[in-house]
Every structure is written in C-alpha cells, then in structure tokens.
Design a protein around this ligand. Sequence first.
Ligand SMILES: C[S@@+](CC[C@H](N)C(=O)[O-])C[C@H]1O[C@@H](n2cnc3c(N)ncnc32)[C@H](O)[C@@H]1O
Length: 237
Amino acid sequence: MAKTGQRETIRASLEKRPDEVASMFDGVAKRYDLTNTVISGGQDRYWRWATRRALDPRPGERVLDLAAGTGVSTVELRRSGAWCVAADFSQGMLAAGRGRQVPMVAGDAMALPFADDSFDAVTISFGLRNVADIDLAMREMLRVTKPGGRLVICEFSTPVFGPFRTVYMEYLMKALPRVARAVSSNPDAYVYLAESIRAWPAQRQLARRITEAGWSTVKWRNLTGGVVALHRGFNLG
Ligand SMILES: C[S@@+](CC[C@H](N)C(=O)[O-])C[C@H]1O[C@@H](n2cnc3c(N)ncnc32)[C@H](O)[C@@H]1O
C-alpha cells in the first residue's frame, strides 16, 4: 500500500484481488456519490433510472442489488415498491450509506450469503467489472434467482460510434483522473476505474459470458452511446 504525504492511497490492480478492491472502495466511500455525479456529468442518475426500468421490479417482489456500495442504486430500485436489499463486501461503502433507508448485507458476490431461489430479480450496477471472478459471480446470481427471474447488469461498456469512442477513451485516461483529483477522497482509485473500463469486454463478448454462466435470452441496450450498457437475462432453468 503506497502513502502520499498524510493520505493513504489505495488502488486495486487489474488482477482485482478482493482485499485490494474492498480497501480501494473503503477509501472512496466518503465522497463516492458526489464523485460519480461529477465525473459522469450527471448521467449516473439517468443510468440508474434506466436500470430500474430494465429490471422492472414490482411491489411484492424481492430484489437483490449486488455490489450496491452506499446503496445509491438500491434507493432508485426501491422507488418501484419492491423489497430491495443492498449487498456489498466493502464495509466502508456500506457504512457511508448507513443513513439510507434500505436493508444492507455484507457479502461477497462470489459466495452470496443467500439461499437458492431467494429473489425475483437480481441486479448489479458498476460492480461486476470489479469482481475477481465474474463468471462465478454470474453463476451465484443465477443460483439465488428464482426460476423465471431476471438479471440486469449495468456496466461501463464500449461506445459504438468510432470518433466518439476515441474522444471518450482520451477523457478516461487523461481528464477523468484530473477531475477525480479535485473531488474524490482517493483519486488513485479513478486511475484504476479508467484502466478497468478499457480492459472490460465489449457488449457482445459480455453477453456471451452471461449466457455461458447459464442465463437465457440475453440482450443488451446501450445508454449514452455505449458508454454504459444494460444487459438483461432470464433464469429459465
Ligand atoms: C463502483 S461501486 C458501485 C456501487 C453502486 N452499485 C452504484 O451503482 O453506485 C462497485 C462496488 O462493487 C463492490 N464489489 C466489488 N467486488 C465485490 C465482490 N466480490 N462482492 C461484493 N461487492 C463487491 C465494491 O465494494 C463497490 O462498492
């Protein structure tokens, strides 16, 4: 762990060791929500709204919001009237969201602390990219989803229009770390963010991985020109 002056800087490597990832999120927790809104130019609210629309939770349903962090994504889901629980393995993120009126559970996406067939719907926003073994996590999500239940993954993706993709990649690698330095409690984490987005599979490849994990009729929809993609699948047994 590196130290810069008084400030501890924790940055996970792309190997995504779970202890490093959890410490990194502990380190950004305090200003996580604000930083997101600033670096996304306010688009984060639209992405969360679109995630809820794609998942379409209904009153009476049980919904798991995995890698929920401070619970900001869970609060949006709860607007539907469904019962929604936030789960995350960063104690710092969960603590930063303690004021939110949603149930929160400490748990690892690769070994979920829930019984088989517990949820009508499962979702993960900007979390899967950080999980060390995404195939295992997608199988775990399938295990805890009832037959007929659904999955929505909201994650950064690959912009579809070439010239926009070039500008966006420049933003990621050059401007984003600078903006994060001004607002985040751990700017180094945003260098990891940029690198992990670049290393992440594009829409079609991710859809294939989701299908290979056992989900059916997997489709995706691009948001903000493909900066973010929503992948949806069903547990058809
Ligand atoms: C970028 S935040 C997303 C938080 C929230 N879903 C949102 O939309 O703002 C990613 C979260 O994934 C969590 N995470 C990463 N790997 C995890 C794992 N294996 N199990 C549980 N949570 C994990 C981190 O602790 C962090 O809170």
